[in-house]
Design a protein around this ligand. Sequence first.
Ligand SMILES: [Zn+2]
Length: 411
Amino acid sequence: MGKRLTVKQKNELLEAEDKQILNYGIRIHIMPNGEQATQIHKTFGCSRFVYNKYLADRQEYYKVNKKTLYVNDYKKNVLNPLKKTEKFSFLKEVDKFSLESAVENVEIAYKRFFNKQSKYPKLKTKKDTKKTYSTYFTNDNIKINLDSQTIQLPKLGEVNFSIPKGKNKGKFNNLGSHSVKITKATIGQVGSNYFVSLCIEETISKIKQINTKDIDLTKVCGVDLGLKHLAIVSNGIITIKYENHKYLTKSEKRLKNLQRRLSKMIKGSKNYEKMKLKINELYSYTANCRKDYAHKLSRKIVNENQVVVLEDLNIKGMIKNRKLAKAIADTGWYQLITFIKYKAEWEGKKFIQVDKFFASSKLCNVCGDKKIMLTLNERKWVCSSCHTVHDRDENASLNLRAEGIRLLEVA
Ligand SMILES: [Zn+2]
């Protein structure tokens, strides 16, 4: 692949035309025919093979040379010559970008490991429930045809897809426009469903950022994230508490039941595989419900406000507490924050994250006094200086709002 311009470089070039790049993703459900499905599975297999090979080779290389075998050297010196050998000629039958991206994923996995974002990379197995491979756009190899409802993908040809319902539709219909470019496609299978996730780069008129002096203070809100309520939103006049639906907790009973039944089945049998599929589908169903809610809630918060102030949560750190981990994972805080952030940015509104060491719960929003001890169970407390009775969460969201205003210097 030739050198690609970064988004920053592209934006600099577009500056003169008062335009900018907008990046987003669209996921569509595809229905490959038998032949295409076979090719997809072949590509999963080859991607997994080169992923595992690079991972093993890199470890071996380090053992022997005490040096890192970097991905670009690996591609040039190992992967490409390998494809030319007879023994590994099957690698030529699949999309070449899928192999490159598979070895690049090893590099990414290492980076995430060194950044303490994930565990040490391990070998992929055929049994992994989520199978994917990625390919890049070059010379018109990925194209969408809205009329015939097909997407052209390398080595697969025209694959049928179904048009997404609801919220995605607007963005989706845009795909035919010349200002929209697909940069990358990830083909995957979850359970019995196939999908393609498209990375989109759209050239749009420059988003007008709201001027600090034009901000209406009643449209500055603090958002406190919680377990009892998912989000407590306060604009200084009213406070709204949004329910935490606990989607996973709700399906836990059914999940446990299915898992118990699975444990009694013979591993690898048809019924076993069917049951596993059912469990996976239940997991993805709860994840979808959570995502849907996060979309609706973030949309509402961004529509009603010009500035959204949130706490910069140390979610990773908190999740080390096993008791809380499950409950937190079930809230989808991180997803909600991400959705609020991009929705606000797309509209030129302000998104502010307050330092995680800011004591949003312990400060009195009326007099600024700090309560020394506040346990997680204390839902209400009385300020010892001004005697205001505080609802813990509302007080926290008001403090976040005040801190946001201070950072904006609008007050
Ligand atoms: Zn007080």
